[in-house]
Design a binder for this molecule. Structure first.
Ligand SMILES: NC(=O)c1ccc[n+]([C@@H]2O[C@H](COP(=O)([O-])OP(=O)(O)OC[C@H]3O[C@@H](n4cnc5c(N)ncnc54)[C@H](OP(=O)(O)O)[C@@H]3O)[C@@H](O)[C@H]2O)c1
Length: 353
């Protein structure tokens, strides 16, 4: 089920021949014309793929939760690079237009649909998952994708960390189990996921090498436990990694024999195809770690979230909420994220919260 909205008629920008917000599919629709109880909420809508200006702040109608759904009033919404791919129409999971972006948030349950047993009205929960729809004051969500936020973690922290933190958890526990003595290389080490990876793997006892674009980001990466920070615009990162690892890392070039390349993003675009001969010389492993696949089952999601929140509550992971924007300013937040101006987590706060 996808949380979708139906926009109010707007005669200026959307003539009647061009229906505004359509449901993604009939059974994904939160509303019908005959639904008696709808609430007006503010939300960001993408009508056409494009730049940050494609993010429109509008009034939409929100219905009651259906079977298996909850309605959530957001406290905070996490921004992710994935939101940018989708807005541009690049990513293969881009939702059909028009849609409300966002995969990460925290909030209070305001209503539960039939059959929901995993949470109740008044609970503070967080989620980092499809379906999109987080850039809104309130939304509907499949109840089984929401996890409880424990005491010791506040709503803004939860929204800042749940998607990126589950991604980091899966990367270091499942895609490749990081252990004391391992050496790992983290690209975009001062980013949302990168910051968590550096802190967590340092605490485990790995040697952490990170690449960043600016000196300011290098300072943050150091603070986050990166033992060696490489300014990749100034130095050749392959040469530096070879130097740091005393030549043990080769490449894909920087990997050692039987080393693991775990890709988890493509902020700079789809990488070139990798011929098997690149892997065979050193018997390398190459995988793409998709967090959603590792947390598909409810028990997997709960276990990963518990591991994450435990490490937030005990201070292993310090959540860097370096940038807060009102929900209405989502376009500015995207502009800054794309311009590489942000570090750590970026959150949107519903206007008036
Ligand atoms: N596999 C999964 O399940 C999963 C889940 C969540 C996120 N991700 C991926 O994880 C990556 C990090 O996500 P995030 O939300 O935490 O973002 P982020 O790291 O806060 O921001 C992106 C960073 O990537 C670097 N970058 C590289 N190429 C860029 C470009 N063309 N434009 C802008 N920045 C670029 C920049 O760091 P420098 O300036 O230091 O280069 C920038 O700070 C993304 O690629 C995202 O898609 C994957």
């Amino acid at each position: 089920m996808v949380a979708t909205y139906r926009k109010l008629p707007n005669n200026n920008s959307h003539p009647s021949t061009s229906p505004a917000i359509k449901p993604h599919s009939p059974d994904q629709n939160q509303l019908s014309h005959s639904t008696p109880t709808t609430t007006m909420v503010k939300a960001i809508i993408v009508h056409q793929h494009g730049g940050p200006e494609a993010l429109k702040y509008e009034d939409v109608e929100l219905g009651e939760p259906k079977e298996g759904q909850i309605r959530l009033k957001h406290k905070a919404i996490g921004l992710n690079f994935l939101d940018v791919y989708m807005r541009k129409g690049l990513y293969n999971t881009s939702p059909p237009l028009p849609y409300t972006p966002g995969l990460e948030g925290s909030g209070v349950v305001t209503a539960v649909g039939p059959g929901v047993t995993t949470c109740k009205v008044g609970d503070l929960v967080a989620y980092g998952t499809l379906p999109v729809g987080a850039y809104a004051e309130e939304r509907l969500l499949p109840a089984d994708r929401a996890v409880p936020v424990p005491s010791g973690v506040d709503a803004v922290q939860a929204a800042s960390v749940i998607f990126k933190g589950l991604t980091a958890q899966v990367l270091i526990r499942s895609s490749f189990k990081v252990e004391r003595g391992h050496t790992i290389l983290v690209h975009a080490a001062a980013g949302g996921v990168g910051s968590l990876l550096c802190q967590w793997t340092n605490a485990i006892g790995a040697t952490v090498i990170g690449t960043v674009s600016t000196k300011e980001k290098a300072v943050q990466a150091k603070e986050d436990g990166c033992h060696h920070v490489i300014l990749y615009k100034d130095e050749n990162f392959v040469d530096r990694v070879m130097e740091i690892t005393s030549g043990k890392g080769g490449s894909f070039e920087v990997l050692k024999k039987r080393g693991y390349m775990v890709q988890f993003g493509m902020a700079s675009g789809e990488p070139d195809p990798i011929p098997s001969s690149t892997l065979s010389g050193k018997a390398l492993f190459y995988t793409f770690s998709a967090m959603g696949v590792y947390t598909e089952e409810r028990h997997e999601l709960l276990a990963a979230a518990e591991d994450l929140f435990t490490n937030v509550a005990n201070g292993v992971l310090k959540i860097r909420v370096n940038h807060k924007y009102p929900l209405s300013q989502a376009a500015q937040a995207h502009t800054d994220l794309e311009a590489r101006k942000t570090t750590g987590s970026v959150v949107l706060i519903p206007d008036g919260e």
